[in-house]
Design a protein around this ligand. Structure first.
Ligand SMILES: [Zn+2]
Length: 117
């Protein structure tokens, strides 16, 4: 399983979202993740220990990321459907973390100068 990159920040359109880890998010907000669109911030519960917590943080991150993307493309209405968000982000996580066969673009270095189709 490939770890999903959880960056400190990322850009979407003209905004920069920052990701912050908190020790007590679950206690304070009863949530493992929370997105604040106004301040462009994703808050994640810090988890430590075995690989499972890492997997859980990744899933929560992609869940919150799905909310961000839908909000920023003007489809926040879809983001209100938590079941949709959960299914989409879990499917996205599986695709990203199960990649095999190496970095495919490295095998096409000869075509690097060609236009994308
Ligand atoms: Zn949600």
């Amino acid at each position: 399983m490939i770890p999903i990159l959880i960056p400190a920040e990322f850009d979407i359109f003209a905004k920069t979202y920052k990701i912050k880890m908190y020790e007590n998010l679950v206690l304070a907000r009863n949530a493992e993740g929370r997105t604040r669109f106004r301040t462009c911030q994703i808050n994640l519960q810090k988890m430590t220990g075995s690989d499972y917590p890492r997997l859980e943080v990744e899933r929560v991150y992609l869940h919150e990321l799905a909310h961000v993307i839908l909000h920023e493309i003007g489809r926040a209405d879809l983001g209100e459907d938590e079941q949709f968000i959960e299914l989409f982000s879990n499917a996205f996580h599986q695709v990203l973390s199960s990649g095999r066969g190496g970095e495919i673009t490295k095998t096409f270095s000869a075509a690097a100068g060609r236009k994308r189709q």
